[in-house]
Design a binder for this molecule. Structure first.
Ligand code: NI
Length: 133
């Protein structure tokens, strides 16, 4: 088994709000992040595929194809978007780094049979890993 990772970056805005909680509870739980005017992050996404090297191509998957899939399935959906307002998946789901990683997995899994891991950095010092399931 060999692991291949491609990195992509996107910028997006979000805020944290749980409609089932009172405004006070939202403020207590989410602090500054609950401001509905939102704030931005420059996210770094790492998508890892796991597979065997195809002896014909020497690759697990053509990396040009992977780049195109990331652009179409993820960047076109999330880059320069206000996630809460412009991405239907986050109308009811709080766009935390965790939930964004899960959504990216959901978007990519049908297109990438060798998908192994989504790693999403919200900052240099903070990232989440999601491997499905
Ligand atoms: Ni934030």
């Amino acid at each position: 088994m060999i692991y291949v990772t491609r990195r992509a970056e996107f910028s997006a805005a979000h805020y944290y709000h749980n409609p089932d909680l009172s405004p006070e509870e939202n403020r207590r739980l989410f602090g500054k992040c609950s401001n509905p005017n939102g704030h931005g992050h420059n996210y770094t996404l790492e998508v890892t595929l796991a597979g065997e090297v195809d002896p014909k191509t020497g690759m697990v998957l053509d990396l040009k194809d992977l780049k195109a899939i990331l652009e179409k399935e993820v960047l076109a959906v999330m880059d320069h978007k206000f996630l809460n307002k412009e991405v239907p998946a986050f109308e009811r789901t709080i766009p935390t780094t965790e939930n964004i990683a899960v959504e990216i997995w959901r978007l990519l899994e049908p297109k990438l049979p060798h998908l192994h891991r989504i790693r999403l950095y919200e900052t240099e010092d903070l990232y989440v890993d999601y491997c499905g399931g």
